[in-house]
Design a protein around this ligand. Structure first.
Ligand code: IPE
Ligand code: IPE
Ligand code: MG
Length: 253
C-alpha cells in the first residue's frame, strides 16, 4: 500500500509499506509497551528517562496506526500490578501521561482519533482523571481510529468488575437469558470493540502480564526484542507484515 507522507520515498518504511496488503490489515492492534527501564539502564540513565523516551514511540505509533487505517489501537500503559513500583516512578508515569495528553490532544483530535481510557480509572488521582475525562469528551464524536489506553488495568480485575456488574444487573432486573460469551464480551471495558487481531509485546518478554485475558483468545502474538523507546512505525510495519503471513485457523483446518 502507499500513503502520502507516511514514509520518505526510498526509505525502509516505504519499502515495507509497499509489501503490506491494505485489504488484510489487522483491525485491532494491542501493544504491551515494555522495556523502558532496560532501555534507560543500557544508557546508564534513570528508569524514568526510559519512560520519557517512550512517549516519542507512543506519538509515532498512534499517528502511524491512524494513517494506516487501523480501527483500534490499544496501549497497555499502566497495570494494576505496577503500583508495586517505587512511589517516585509511579508519580513520574502519571505526570508523563498527563503531559502526553495535554501535548497531543489537539493532534489526536485533528486526526479524527477517539480517545478512551480503560481500567480502574476511578482509583486514579483526580488530576489524572480530569485530563482523561477532558480527552474523552473532546474526541468522543470522532469517527476515525479508537485509541484505547489501558491504565490501572489488569485482565483479571476487568473480569471481576464485569462479573460483579452482571451480578448486580441480574439482581436488579431478574434473570433474562443465560450468560453466554457475547454477553461477557459486551460487558467488558472493551464492550463493542472487536478483539485484537495482533498483540505486540516489546522487549522480548514471552508473557501476557495480565493484559486483555478474555479478548486475546485468538490474537496473533508478536514479540520483538526491541525496547519500547526504540519502537517506531518501521517496527509496526514489520509486525503487520509478519501478521499477514500467519494462517489464522481458529481451531479449524
Ligand atoms: C514499560 O517499561 C512501562 C511500564 C510498565 C509502565 P518497564 O518500566 O516495565 O521497563 P522494564 O521492563 O523494566 O525494562
Ligand atoms: C506490563 O509490563 C505492563 C505494561 C506494559 C503497562 P510489566 O513490565 O509491568 O510486566 P512484567 O512485570 O515484566 O510481567
Ligand atoms: Mg517491564
Amino acid at each position: 500500500m502507499e500513503l502520502d507522507g507516511f514514509a520518505k520515498p526510498g526509505s525502509q518504511e516505504s519499502s515495507l509499506l509497499k509489501r503490506i496488503d491494505k485489504d488484510r490489515l489487522p483491525k485491532h492492534v494491542a501493544v504491551i509497551m515494555d522495556g523502558n527501564g532496560r532501555w534507560a539502564g543500557k544508557r546508564k540513565l534513570p528508569r524514568v528517562a526510559g519512560h520519557r523516551a517512550g512517549i516519542e514511540s507512543v506519538q509515532d505509533i498512534v499517528e502511524s496506526s491512524a494513517q494506516l487505517g487501523l480501527e483500534v489501537l490499544t496501549l497497555f500503559a499502566f497495570s494494576v500490578e505496577n503500583w508495586k513500583r517505587p512511589h517516585k516512578e509511579v508519580r513520574t508515569l502519571m505526570s508523563l501521561l498527563k503531559e502526553f495528553i495535554r501535548r497531543e490532544l489537539a493532534k489526536v483530535h485533528k486526526n479524527n482519533i477517539r480517545f478512551q481510557a480503560i481500567g480502574r480509572i476511578q482509583e486514579l488521582d483526580e488530576s489524572v482523571r480530569s485530563v482523561l475525562r477532558n480527552a474523552m469528551r473532546i474526541t468522543k464524536a470522532n469517527t476515525g481510529m479508537l485509541l484505547n489506553v489501558a491504565l490501572n488495568y489488569s485482565g483479571r480485575a476487568e473480569l471481576v468488575d464485569t462479573f460483579n456488574q452482571l451480578y448486580r444487573d441480574l439482581k436488579q432486573n431478574g434473570h433474562k437469558s443465560p450468560i453466554d460469551e457475547d454477553l461477557i464480551s459486551n460487558s467488558l471495558y472493551t464492550s463493542g470493540v472487536p478483539d485484537p487481531d495482533l498483540l505486540i509485546r516489546t522487549s522480548g518478554e514471552m508473557r501476557i502480564s495480565n493484559f486483555l485475558l478474555w479478548q486475546i483468545a485468538y490474537s496473533e502474538i508478536y514479540v520483538t526484542p526491541t525496547f519500547w523507546p526504540d519502537f517506531r512505525r518501521r517496527h509496526l510495519l514489520e509486525a503487520i507484515l509478519e501478521y499477514q503471513q500467519r494462517d489464522r485457523r481458529y481451531g479449524g483446518i
